[in-house]
Design a protein around this ligand. Structure first.
Ligand code: PLP
Length: 365
């Protein structure tokens, strides 16, 4: 059986790094906001090219705290793609703001800059481009609209560690970016973890308060903050694993390139290949008109797949007030998308087995 993603096999590759990080922290006597966290923040800032990195508890908090720190008026609107992961919307609502859903470009699955202007009102304050599946959004188009209307741009880079856009890293393409280090991400912790990157000195300073009870000095609270700190154990593990991120992403690109050139089944729509070397291939998502039949067939062939994501945000009970919206692109994508196994642990033989099974698949259309 080829699993979709075997985290045990993945982390086995970093055994020495992980064991040295965990034992160092376990016996250090210091567990929250210390030297490991600072070292990781500096290393990740250097990696992305951002001036600041602020470690937080998870990716959702990275986005939520940034939106709170910007202190927009209550009920301000934030533009986000209608096929975004639910966390991107939750960040907006948890910051007391309103998500406004904009249909994605059906070719790239990312926010379509040409559709943004029609969604802007006098309450719009920010755009939240999600670099879905590891491909950066069309940031030139998005930034042009943002600067015309004086909007903030918050990248959701939770799937984009090491992805580039016109030579620049995800995390430096807007005013700020939220990263997640959830265990399945391209850079994954052994628990929850996240970070914000930004070049804005004042925002960075504010976020250090926001993540720590709104406090910069013990028992002095200037803001109604969160408890949202990146702990020393996760920071030490991430610091060690960061050294392998580029090599892992290179292997992901190799597999993506193999899939893109070898998969020839006429019923499948493959992901866009035009930025193969810039995308970090967090997921390899294809579309099939009869997704469930395809998944059942592949499972029979010993290949596990996944779906990112089966239900669009406006069809979730949590956002029942958005259910009246007509979002045909999002609806169709959520019906058809299938994620194939793609991660740095896959062997050439396994990748070949996936290609062979798909090309021999009967037509279920
Ligand atoms: C994983 C993810 C998040 C949330 O990250 P957590 O660390 O799980 O809170 C947000 N946005 C996207 C696009 C993600 O993939």
């Amino acid at each position: 059986m080829i699993s979709f993603l075997d985290l045990k096999r993945l982390n086995e590759r970093y055994r020495e790094t992980i064991l040295s990080a965990t034992s160092r922290v376990a016996l250090s006597g210091w567990y929250i906001l210390g030297a490991e966290g600072t070292a990781f923040e500096q290393a990740f800032a250097r990696y992305t090219g951002a001036k600041h990195c602020i470690g937080v508890a998870n990716g959702l908090e990275a986005l939520t705290l940034t939106l709170k720190a910007w202190a927009f008026p209550p009920d301000s609107e934030v533009l986000v793609a209608s096929n975004a992961y639910i966390a991107s919307l939750l960040a907006v609502t948890q910051a007391g703001l309103r998500p406004v859903l904009v249909e994605p470009d059906p070719r790239t699955y990312n926010l379509d800059p040409n559709r943004l202007e029609a969604a802007i009102t006098d309450r719009t304050r920010a755009i939240l481009p999600v670099h879905l599946y590891g491909r950066c959004c069309d940031m030139a188009g998005i930034r042009a609209v943002a600067s015309r209307y004086g909007l903030k741009v918050l990248e959701d880079a939770a799937q984009a560690h090491g992805a580039r856009y016109e030579g620049q890293m995800a995390g430096t393409l807007g005013h700020a970016a939220g990263f997640s280090f959830y265990p399945t991400k391209n850079l994954g912790a052994l628990g929850d973890a996240g970070a914000i990157t930004t070049d804005d000195d004042q925002l960075a300073e504010q976020l250090r308060y926001w993540r720590n009870y709104g406090s910069g000095r013990k028992y002095v609270n200037d803001l109604p903050g969160h408890n949202s700190r990146l702990d020393e154990m996760q920071a030490a593990i991430l610091l060690g694993k960061l050294d392998f991120l580029d090599a892992d992403n290179a292997r992901r690109r190799e597999i993506a390139s193999y899939y893109l050139t070898r998969i020839t089944h006429p019923d499948l729509v493959l992901p866009p290949a035009d930025r193969l070397a810039d995308d970090c291939w967090h997921l390899f998502v294809v579309r099939h008109p009869n997704r469930e039949a395809m998944r059942a067939y592949l499972l029979e062939e010993g290949i596990q797949t996944d779906v990112h994501y089966p239900i669009p945000p406006h069809r979730q009970q949590a956002y029942a007030h958005l259910a009246h919206l007509s979002l045909p692109v999002a609806d169709q994508l959520h019906r058809e998308v299938v994620s194939l196994p793609l991660n740095p642990t896959l062997t050439d033989e396994e990748v070949e087995q996936v290609v062979r099974a798909i090309n021999q698949m009967p037509s279920f259309a």
